[in-house]
Design a protein around this ligand. Structure first.
Ligand SMILES: N[C@@H](CCC(=O)N[C@@H](CS)C(=O)NCC(=O)O)C(=O)O
Length: 331
C-alpha cells in the first residue's frame, strides 16, 4: 500500500477541516497532523506560504490552497464524485464552494474577532493548538499575543464599523435561509455532499464553535447544526437532487448572498486591484461597503469566470444564474 496523504491543519482553521472532511468522505488514506509549534518546520517543507492546510502527497509533493487541493485529489480519486452529473448543478455547487471560502469567511472571521468573548475563546484555542502542553502564563501569554494580532487584522476581510451591521444581519438572514433548505435534506445538493458543502461548511462549523455565532446557530438552526456535525464525517445517504427540487430554498440563498453580496463585492475587489487603489467602496444590497482590496480573491474570481466559460451547454445554467443576479458578474 502506498503512503497516506498527510494533512497539517487545525480544528479552528475552516480551510483545514474542509480538506479533512473531503478526505474522510472519499475514504482516501490520510494522516491528520495537528499543526503544533513542534511540527511547523516539517510542514513548511511542503509549503510556499505560511498558511494551513498543507498537504503532502504519497509522492512527497506539497500542496496548498484548499480549492485546488480538492480539485487535484478529485481528479485522482473520482469516485464517489463530489460533482453532480448535471452540468448546471455542478457549476452552482462550485459557486457555493467559492462563496463559502470567500464570503462565508467574512461571516466567520468577523464574528470570531469582533467581541471580547469570541476573541478570548478563539485566541485560547489557537494557542492551545500550537502548544498543546502549555499551561498558565505560557498559554495566556501566547493567547494574548494572538488576540492582539488577530483583532488588529479583522479589517483584512472588510469588517469595520461601517460594515459590521451588514455582515451580522446577512449572517443571521442566511442562517434562516440555510435552515429552511437543510431541514429538507442532509446536504446542500441532496443526499450526498457536493463541492459546495465542503467550502461553506468549513466556515459554518467554525462559527458553531465560537460563542456568539455558535449561539445564533444553536438557538435558531437545528438542521444547520446537524449538517455541521454530519459534515465532520460525511457519508452518502442518497443522490443529488434536481434543480427543480432544490430551487425553492436554494435559489433565494443564491440570490441574497451570492448574487447581491459576494459577486458584486468580488468584482469591485478585482477592479480595485487592477486600478492599484489603496481602498475601495462598493454598494452591496443598498449598503455601503469599504475595505482594502484582498489580493487572493481576484484570482479566485478569475477561476470562477473560467469555470463558467468552460460550461459547454449553458441552457439550463443561465436562467438559474440570471434569476439569482449572478450571471452578469460571470461573463
Ligand atoms: N486560500 C487558502 C486559505 C488558507 C488560510 O487562510 N489559512 C489560515 C487558517 S484558516 C492560516 O493558515 N492562517 C495563518 C495561520 O494559521 O498560521 C485555502 O483555501 O487553503
Amino acid at each position: 500500500m502506498s503512503d497516506p496523504y498527510r494533512i497539517w491543519g487545525a480544528e479552528i482553521s475552516p480551510y483545514s477541516i474542509k480538506v479533512r472532511s473531503y478526505f474522510r468522505y472519499k475514504g482516501i488514506p490520510h494522516e491528520w497532523i495537528p499543526r503544533t509549534a513542534a511540527v511547523q518546520a516539517e510542514s513548511m517543507k511542503y509549503a510556499k506560504l505560511p498558511l494551513i492546510p498543507i498537504v503532502a502527497t504519497p509522492e512527497d509533493e506539497g500542496m496548498q490552497d484548499s480549492t485546488p487541493i480538492i480539485e487535484k485529489v478529485e481528479a485522482r480519486f473520482p469516485d464517489p464524485s463530489i460533482h453532480p452529473d448535471d452540468e448546471a448543478l455542478a457549476f452552482v455547487s462550485a459557486l457555493v464552494e467559492e462563496f463559502g471560502d470567500e464570503w462565508g469567511n467574512k461571516w466567520m472571521f468577523h464574528y470570531r474577532w469582533a467581541r471580547e468573548a469570541d476573541q478570548d475563546s478563539a485566541a485560547e484555542r489557537i494557542a492551545k493548538s500550537m502548544m498543546p502542553d502549555a499551561e498558565g502564563e505560557a498559554l495566556s501569554g501566547m493567547a494574548g499575543g494572538i488576540k492582539a494580532r488577530m483583532v488588529d487584522r479583522v479589517w483584512f476581510v472588510g469588517s469595520n464599523e461601517r460594515t459590521a451591521g451588514q455582515i451580522e444581519d446577512s449572517f443571521q438572514a442566511a442562517v434562516g435561509d440555510l435552515e429552511a433548505h437543510l431541514s429538507q435534506r442532509a446536504y446542500l445538493f441532496g443526499g450526498r455532499p457536493a463541492f459546495g458543502d465542503f467550502g461553506l461548511w468549513g466556515q459554518f462549523y467554525n462559527c458553531l464553535t465560537d460563542p456568539t455565532a455558535g449561539a445564533i446557530l444553536k438557538e435558531r438552526a437545528p438542521a444547520t447544526v446537524a449538517w455541521c456535525e454530519r459534515m465532520l464525517e460525511p457519508k452518502a445517504e442518497g443522490d443529488f437532487e434536481s434543480w427543480e427540487s432544490l430551487a425553492p430554498t436554494l435559489a433565494p440563498f443564491l440570490e441574497r448572498y451570492v448574487g447581491r453580496l459576494f459577486l458584486p463585492w468580488s468584482d469591485a475587489n478585482a477592479k480595485a486591484l487592477e486600478g492599484g487603489v489603496e481602498e475601495f467602496e462598493v454598494e452591496l444590497d443598498g449598503h455601503p461597503w469599504d475595505q482594502k482590496p484582498q489580493k487572493y480573491h481576484a484570482r479566485s474570481l478569475a477561476k470562477l469566470r473560467e469555470r463558467y466559460a468552460g460550461v459547454t451547454d449553458k441552457a439550463a445554467l443561465d436562467p438559474i444564474l440570471e434569476a439569482a443576479d449572478c450571471k452578469r458578474w460571470l461573463g
